[in-house]
Design a protein. Structure first.
Lengths: 147, 147
């Protein structure tokens, strides 16, 4: 049957960020549902943020639409445009190419969980707050030097 | 801000099904979130099923992955392989090309709501229970006669 068995799926806090940017996501626990469920058209991440953890460094993608739906708990969505609290059932959409970095931060005292949807980005991602960029399939400093 | 304002989005019970197959989805109320939110990489439907309503006729797609997550209430997922109850937070995945028709039916006495993700299918969809097929961008009888 196609029902997802979360408990049977690997959960990881791995990150590709350079060490100086990794602490913010150390308590972000991710399950990649798409490959486990046999889906290839889009990516689906089930994400648990422990108190204090962020979903990512604040960023935006040139060529990847993103969508999130909160399943439990709450997190603050942070953008240049402002802050907004997302509770269970709340959703947010991030169209590709919109140059306002976003991330979710669990500022509560309890875990929160959400689903994040996207596709594998081929183009660049931009990190307005830190000296990081994603380009050509790798992270580097903004000036292109590798870490 | 990118937070979705559901109440501001049009909700419709329109269907492209021929009249003889439309009654099952008459109490299915859909909001298309992707276009309203500026997303194009994948489709996102917010669906409310009134008691007795189905998400669709039971079907499977040759070339479209589908994924659902229940937001509130409950529905029964029906396949050849069996029946399983989906409650808030439960998820299910339907890989393209898996020839087991599926749909959700609200057999409870209260509304349920879920999100459905997919992409615009270019290939055929198959409806094992009824004389219907989806091919070349249109519905027809299984033998190809148009309605």
């Amino acid at each position: 049957m196609p029902k997802i068995d979360l408990a049977a799926m690997e959960q990881t806090n791995r990150t590709g960020y350079p060490p100086q940017f990794a602490a913010a996501v150390a308590d972000r626990w991710v399950r990649r549902l798409g490959p486990a469920a046999g889906l290839a058209d889009f990516g689906i991440s089930h994400v648990v943020l422990k108190p204090g953890a962020a979903s990512s460094q604040r960023h935006w993608h040139e060529d990847e639409d993103e969508f999130v739906v909160m399943l439990s708990g709450e997190a603050v969505l942070v953008e240049e445009a402002g802050r907004v609290l997302l509770k269970a059932g709340d959703m947010a959409a991030f169209p590709k190419g919109h140059p306002d970095g976003h991330h979710l931060v669990n500022e509560s005292g309890s875990d929160c969980a959400f689903l994040a949807f996207g596709r594998v980005p081929m183009g660049d991602a931009h990190y307005p707050d830190i000296d990081l960029r994603w380009s050509g399939g790798t992270y580097s400093h903004k000036d292109g030097r590798l870490f």
